[in-house]
Write a protein that binds this ligand. Structure first.
Ligand code: ZN
Length: 178
């Protein structure tokens, strides 16, 4: 089922997400809905709080490069990384990457993150897994984990860029309101 994505500056995005305790059907439905919603909006990652569920749940699906133009095929469901109750075990280096967010649609800006992270998390059945990455997945994990802490990527911008963003965003909201 498609869910509605919460858009900045909605205060719900600032909520702290709580750890998942039950790895039941309700969680699986949530994960399936999150995949459907993310694909419908052409996203590569989504956190529970972005659809109003303050649980430590996030998904990432990095498109595979194919000749096919069909988005469903480029992000098949079986490639979805489902991350529950994540915590960073190790982090090192620095990297800059142009990020976007389904809760801040149409805005992209470079953000500094750790280059490499080692993250422990649980899958949809509660099995503990470790992921270690120093590429785009590491960036995506940090972006989505920020959501679980009530933080958006625009909060990591320099003061100047942040001010510029707020101005542009307000203008855009006004245009939409007309
Ligand atoms: Zn985001």
């Amino acid at each position: 089922m498609l869910r509605e994505i919460i858009i900045y500056p909605d205060k719900r995005l600032k909520q702290l997400s709580k750890p998942v305790e039950k790895f039941d059907q309700e969680l699986h439905t949530l994960l399936d809905d999150m995949y459907e919603t993310m694909i419908a909006k052409n996203g590569v990652g989504l956190a529970g709080i972005q659809i109003g569920v303050a649980k430590q749940v996030l998904i990432i699906n990095i498109p595979i490069e194919t000749d096919s133009q069909e988005p469903q095929k480029q992000q098949p469901k079986e490639n979805t990384l489902e991350v529950i109750n994540p915590r960073i075990l190790e982090a090192e280096g620095k990297n800059r990457y142009q990020e976007g967010c389904l809760s801040v649609p149409g805005y992209f800006e470079e953000v500094e993150r750790y280059k490499r992270v080692k993250v422990e998390y649980q899958d949809r059945y509660g099995n503990i897994t470790i992921i270690d990455d120093d590429d785009f997945l590491a960036i995506a994990l940090q972006h989505e984990m920020d959501h679980l802490g009530g933080r958006l990527f625009i909060e990591r911008l320099s003061l100047l860029k942040r001010k510029k963003f707020e101005k542009e965003w307000k203008k855009r909201q006004k245009r939409k309101g007309k």
